[in-house]
Design a protein around this ligand. Structure first.
Ligand SMILES: [Ca+2]
Length: 150
């Protein structure tokens, strides 16, 4: 479960969500971007598959068309890499890329790992196209909350 340890943190989290949820004219054309990293999965880091899958990164498509993400990558600061297989992210859709093992669906993809990827204190996610062009990055540096809204 989400642990927010102070009123200030809760206020900041709510404010951040409010900012992200309100599109501005500059974002009108939309993009494919990192939306959220849930980097400290609930409970102790037992390395159970359920715990691994409660750690995830989300990618969102706010463009007006589906985008084929085949060959796109998400990496952490230590260069652990997830490469999308054949996958189309629908218009307005968000996909959750979970760390552990599972069967891919349209909403959930799995890195099939047996160890955590996203550090619980600080890390950086980088999203790249198949040709290596950097599309987005998202950094965090806090153990006070368990996720970051990018
Ligand atoms: Ca973690």
């Amino acid at each position: 479960m989400l642990r927010i340890r102070s009123i200030a943190a809760a206020t900041a989290a709510v404010a951040a969500m409010g900012i992200v949820s309100m599109p501005t004219p500059a974002q009108a054309a939309g993009s494919v971007h990192l939306a959220k990293i849930y980097y400290d999965s609930p409970g102790t880091d037992s390395r159970s598959n359920a715990s691994l899958n409660a750690e995830y990164v989300q990618v969102r498509n706010t463009t007006n068309a589906a985008v084929n993400l085949r060959g796109w990558t998400v990496t952490d600061a230590a260069d652990h890499k997830y490469t999308f297989g054949s996958y189309s992210l629908g218009r307005g859709k968000t996909v959750t890329i979970r760390t552990g093992q599972g069967s891919n669906t349209s909403a959930n993809l799995y890195q099939q790992r047996r160890a955590y990827v996203w550090n619980n204190d600080r890390d950086t996610a980088t999203l790249k196209k198949a040709n290596g062009t950097r599309v987005d990055s998202c950094s965090y540096d806090s153990t006070r909350v368990d996720y970051v809204t990018c």
